[in-house]
Ligand binder design. Structure first.
Ligand SMILES: [Zn+2]
Ligand SMILES: [Zn+2]
Length: 440
């Protein structure tokens, strides 16, 4: 029997799934025949430990395992299992060590310590997941050295770990207290240091996440069909809540889900995605915010039709999806918030609202937006598959200087007849509230 058990144990083979990349070249704790040795004085070692655990690491997972990462970015923390590849055979044969290499702590059996030197140097750290870019995860709090092989990743679920009635021996308490104290110090330092001026308007963890992927929050909200989050984030640029922007938000969420999951990758939205919007009203801001297709990144096309409709298309893909609002949506808004349309007529159309009515119009607009949100997509929209007519990529135009005004201008925006910019040539078009207007 014993023979079989041994044979089974010897048959275990683990293949690394990826590698850790960071600036930590050497381990803090090294094992030799006498036990664990700290590379530095205890104080310096603690400081270095915190610098390292605060620093970012990349976990580069093998390309062919991309599918295995699906959904991991929805967790704040993950458990990383990796291999202590620099632990020597001597280290692996140790039986007892002084915890963290400190002789002022009692000698303890390897299995009752967190020593990296152990028969199987299988190491585990819970880290904060800052972002995912394809098969590369960026994390903080990983105390592994550069090039450590990664064996497994799991989501960190706090509830899976006992919270109550747990106890540890006194010596472990003492170690943890030392680490906690310097954690507090570290937090204070972090607030004052850093290369960014950050007044704390956004909490630092959120800034970290958005620095890595500015579309992270929209991406997550899109995947989870979280309309409320998209509506609130849209209002940041739109300036108010209204049924129009809510329709733009919902049309985009509906359209992008119909277009397929690959148009919503970890970066939020696919690079080659285009939105053709048919109205320059509140609706258009919902589309820009949720889809990430904007006037500035040239993936928003404005078709001057005055319709509550948007088409989503992906370059290289023949079929796109057009979403248009059903005329009945107004009835739903009117039923949910009867004051909305009469106020709109007075305040917006006739420009005759009192300050109180204007305030009330904003409040009712918000109520209407959140009421609309509760309706199923199919009830307020019609979705149709279309073969969209999409323009080429925006040309990268050389710049020129207008001989008349001396201003820098895209070379394609110099009038051939006059040789001057469109403004000096008194010949240009602009998008106004009423649509595209020729100016001459
Ligand atoms: Zn609006
Ligand atoms: Zn000019």
């Amino acid at each position: 029997m014993e023979q079989t058990d041994t044979t089974l144990a010897e048959a275990i083979t683990l293949k690394p799934i990826g590698i850790i990349r960071n600036d930590l070249a050497a381990p803090q704790l090294v094992a030799d025949g006498d036990g664990l040795k700290l590379n530095d004085e205890p104080g310096t070692a603690l400081k270095k430990f915190h610098e390292a655990s605060d620093a970012r690491s990349k976990i580069v997972i093998q390309e062919e395992m991309a599918d295995l990462l699906e959904g991991i970015e929805d967790f704040s923390h993950i458990v990383v299992l990796y291999w202590g590849h620099e632990v020597s055979d001597t280290g692996r044969s140790l039986k007892k060590v002084h915890p963290v290499g400190r002789t002022d702590y009692p000698l303890k059996g390897i299995f009752s310590t967190c020593s990296p030197a152990r028969p199987n140097p299988l190491l585990m750290t819970v880290v904060r997941l800052l972002g995912r870019d394809g098969t590369t995860l960026t994390v903080s709090g990983l105390d592994a050295i550069d090039r450590s092989p990664v064996l497994d990743l799991k989501p960190y679920v706090g509830e899976q770990f006992p919270q109550n009635d747990t106890f540890v021996p006194e010596w472990m308490d003492a170690i943890m207290n030392e680490y906690k104290e310097s954690d507090e110090m570290k937090e204070n330092v972090n607030e004052n240091a850093g290369d960014l001026f950050c007044s704390g308007v956004l909490e630092s963890a959120r800034i970290e996440k958005l620095r890595i992927n500015p579309r992270a929050e929209f991406g997550e909200a899109l995947r989870k069909k979280d309309i409320a989050t998209c509506l609130v984030k849209t209002a940041e640029i739109h300036g108010h809540y209204c049924p129009g922007s809510a329709l733009g938000v919902m049309a985009s969420m509906y359209g992008l889900h119909l277009l397929g999951p690959d148009c919503m990758n970890s970066d939020g939205v696919m690079e080659n995605l285009l939105a053709i919007v048919e109205i320059n009203a509140c609706f258009a801001d919902g589309v820009q915010a949720v889809s990430g297709c904007t006037l500035g990144n040239n993936s928003l096309i404005y078709r001057d039709l005055g319709k509550l409709a948007v088409t989503f298309a992906v370059r290289g893909k023949e079929e796109g999806v057009r979403i248009r609002a059903r005329p009945e949506f107004k009835k739903y808004v009117g039923d949910a918030v009867p004051e909305f349309y009469p106020l709109m007529e007075k305040v917006i159309m006739n420009r005759a609202g009192t300050p109180e009515e204007e305030k009330s119009f904003r409040e009712k607009g918000q109520e209407a937006a959140f009421a609309l949100m509760k309706l199923p997509f199919e009830k307020i929209f019609v979705a149709e598959t279309v073969v969209p007519d999409i323009p080429d990529y925006a040309p990268i135009a050389a710049s020129a200087v207008c001989p008349q005004c001396g201003e820098i201008v895209m070379a394609t925006k110099i009038d051939r007849d006059t040789g001057m910019c469109f403004m000096c040539s008194r010949k240009y078009r602009e998008v106004e509230g009423r649509g595209i207007v020729e100016k001459a």
